[in-house]
Write a new protein. Sequence first.
Length: 52
Amino acid sequence: MKVFSGKAIVPFCTHGGSGLGRSVTDITRLCSQSTILDGLAFWMVLQSGAET
């Protein structure tokens, strides 16, 4: 994607078990003129009795 050319991209997501999946691979393919940094995947854990 030309709009991200020369930019640094830090992939991140929240998940319930799948992590970043293919996201980094897809972003790297689509934004080949960008610098792709290490991604962060935040795992969601529901506590018993917690509101969703």
